[in-house]
Design a protein around this ligand. Structure first.
Ligand SMILES: Cc1cc2nc3c(=O)[nH]c(=O)nc-3n(C[C@H](O)[C@H](O)[C@H](O)COP(=O)(O)OP(=O)(O)OC[C@H]3O[C@@H](n4cnc5c(N)ncnc54)[C@H](O)[C@@H]3O)c2cc1C
Length: 401
């Protein structure tokens, strides 16, 4: 290990790994600092990676199930089935293998990595920064031009440099089971106040097993734990027979930070992925948006690293290139709020009764994309009169926001 690099990245998750590779490709020296002694453990993830994100890393060998469709259940049991067989919508991957492979790509492109290590101090000077690291061989200091925080939802870097907070933190809870029955190549989504208030629960096939989870915001939980919501789905809901033969083999709980923080870049510091609040408000997906954020920022950051111009002003200008992502997150959140989060179960039933109409399901299949629901949302708000009334609150934000 040297004592000087262009960039120190805190956190060797998928976003830190991808960022390191992209910086290497532009000729910068990088060291990744990871607090755990292995990559990809522990993880909290349903493991869905969209085709666009998969194309960026070409890791098809980590795919456990290819998913073409979704069965979306209303609280009372109306099912809307979307998707077309053989048109791949998303991939369910093994996160451990995926994270390892992404980080391995960065090492192959020249990054170094320090495991079982974490930052204990960081100081910013005019021309450089110094990061204090506590690792297996004790304390050490690394000099660099830029510190990147890719250290997840509870980011140390974000807190250390007071870079703001994600707009929302949604709580995800998930178990992995054997014995769940679903249509091959499809995932199930369940809605309703008793199982996932304001959001949805899921059952996602992952090879031999299925990941069953629920997510919601703390302020909507009313003192009920995520575990109880999942129990309500599996033991007491209308759909309980689907879970009869399930045997739990693992459980995970974690936050989903969504809504880009106020200062994702400051003098000689930048946040990426969960640390920056990059997750999608509609699906909770963080890997695709995290890769996209890296692709947006790296070309500009690279030039600034080469010029060693990472001043407050320079970083402010680079930060503006995230404005479109910020706006997109806001519009998606508005759409989610209108169609899901702000609905009670009765209103949800009304929405499902419209979605289940053949011409609306056809529209969903033609225009629908869970990764990018805005075009579908706009078409539905324009073409389905019932939605104009139900989603009035969102029209302004979605159409002109
Ligand atoms: C229940 C649940 C389901 C989800 N499902 C999906 C899904 O299906 N698809 C999807 O795209 N996203 C999903 N997400 C979100 C996804 O898991 C995250 O967006 C993604 O892991 C973010 O990657 P990251 O590299 O930014 O952060 P992380 O994956 O959290 O990686 C951060 C890394 O930094 C390390 N680290 C943290 N602090 C320090 C420190 N101080 N020093 C050194 N190292 C540190 C950690 O050990 C870790 O290795 C889900 C989240 C939850 C909670």
């Amino acid at each position: 290990m040297r004592s000087e690099y262009d960039v120190v990245i805190i956190g060797a998750g998928p976003i830190g790994g991808y960022l390191a590779k992209k910086l290497n490709e532009r000729g910068h020296s990088v060291i990744l600092i990871e607090e755990h002694d292995e990559i990809g453990r522990p993880f909290q993830c349903a493991g869905l990676i969209n085709p666009l994100a998969m194309k960026k890393v070409e890791l098809r060998e980590t795919v456990q199930t290819t998913i073409w469709g979704a069965n979306i259940h209303s609280p009372n049991g109306t099912v809307v089935r979307v998707g077309v067989p053989n048109v791949d919508r998303t991939y369910s991957v093994c996160r451990k293998l995926f994270d390892e492979a992404v980080v391995r790509q960065s090492i192959a492109s020249g990054s170094e990595i320090l495991l079982s290590s974490k930052p204990v101090s960081a100081s910013i000077e005019e021309e450089y920064c110094i990061v204090g690291i506590d690792g297996p061989s004790g304390l050490s200091e690394i000099k660099c031009k830029l510190i990147c925080g890719a250290d997840g939802a509870h980011s140390w870097v974000r807190r250390q440099f007071r870079m703001g907070k994600p707009t929302e933190t949604i709580i995800g809870f998930q178990i992995e089971v054997t014995g769940y029955q679903n249509r091959e190549g499809t995932l199930d989504m369940y809605t309703g106040k008793s199982i996932s208030p304001g959001f949805f629960s899921w059952a996602i096939p992952s090879g031999e097993t299925t990941r069953i989870g629920t997510w919601t915001k703390p302020e909507l939980m009313n003192g009920v734990s995520s575990e109880e919501f999942l129990k309500n789905l599996m033991l007491y809901s209308k759909f309980r027979n689907k879970f009869e033969n399930c045997v739990e083999i693992g459980r995970y709980c974690g936050p989903v930070p969504s809504g880009i923080v106020r200062f994702p870049l400051k003098q000689r510091v930048a946040l990426f992925g969960d640390a920056a609040g990059i997750c999608k408000p509609t699906t909770g997906g963080g890997i695709g948006p995290g890769f996209k954020q890296v692709d947006i920022l790296v070309p500009k950051l690279s030039k600034s690293i080469s010029d060693n111009n990472l001043s407050t002003n320079a970083m402010k200008k680079i930060s503006a290139s995230l404005d479109e992502m910020r706006k997109d997150q806001r519009r998606k959140k508005a759409l989610r709020d209108a169609f899901l989060t702000e609905m009670d179960d009765h209103e949800l039933e009304e929405i499902f009764s419209v979605w289940a109409r053949p011409e609306v399901t056809k529209l969903i299949n033609e225009v629908g994309d869970i990764e990018n629901p805005i075009p579908l949302g706009i078409r539905m708000l324009r073409e389905v009169p019932e939605f104009r009334r139900l989603a009035g609150r969102a029209v302004k934000a979605v159409l002109w926001g």
